[in-house]
Design a protein around this ligand. Sequence first.
Ligand code: HEC
Length: 155
Amino acid sequence: MIYRSKLLTSGFVAFALLYSTQTYSHGSATGIVKERMDIMVTVGDTLKMLSGMAKGSIPFNAKRAAQATRQISDDLGKYPTMFTKHSGAAPSEAAPEIWTDTAGFKELAKKLEAASLSASKTLAASSDQSEIKAILIELGNTCKACHKKYRQSLS
Ligand code: HEC
């Protein structure tokens, strides 16, 4: 039990850190840049919802959790194609590495795509929130890995 609660805590800490670096510069974006930002906002909302379900502040709902993670998987399939030429200027936080190391970027998108698809299947078959903490850690690691290299803060 002690181990489990430690694992849970470290997942939430990582999750909080992820959000503390967020800059909300999204407002003035248009077109494909806005579309790809909207995807990431939805991804972020889904992780917040899962986190709420894990903590018990949001009632566990297998269908909602499975649908939202399935949506991440569907969106991440097209996500790397939305970084068209010269679309990296502010307010985008896209780092130049997206265009100079596209293979690495695509690989991380694939990783989140696969992890969220498998999470969706697990959640659809779950009767309670017990699987969520491991899912949050796995998905959360992909966020961190990609943002570290491919997202730059504008501040
Ligand atoms: C394949 C790389 C990649 C992965 C994986 C990834 N992100 Fe992102 N994320 C980005 C990039 C690049 C941006 C900046 C995009 C832009 O400005 O066009 C971003 C931006 C964001 C934003 C800011 C959106 C806005 O504009 O307001 C949030 C929130 C976010 N990501 C959450 C997450 C979460 C949560 C995860 C993990 C479940 C995640 N991301 C996984 C690449 C990724």
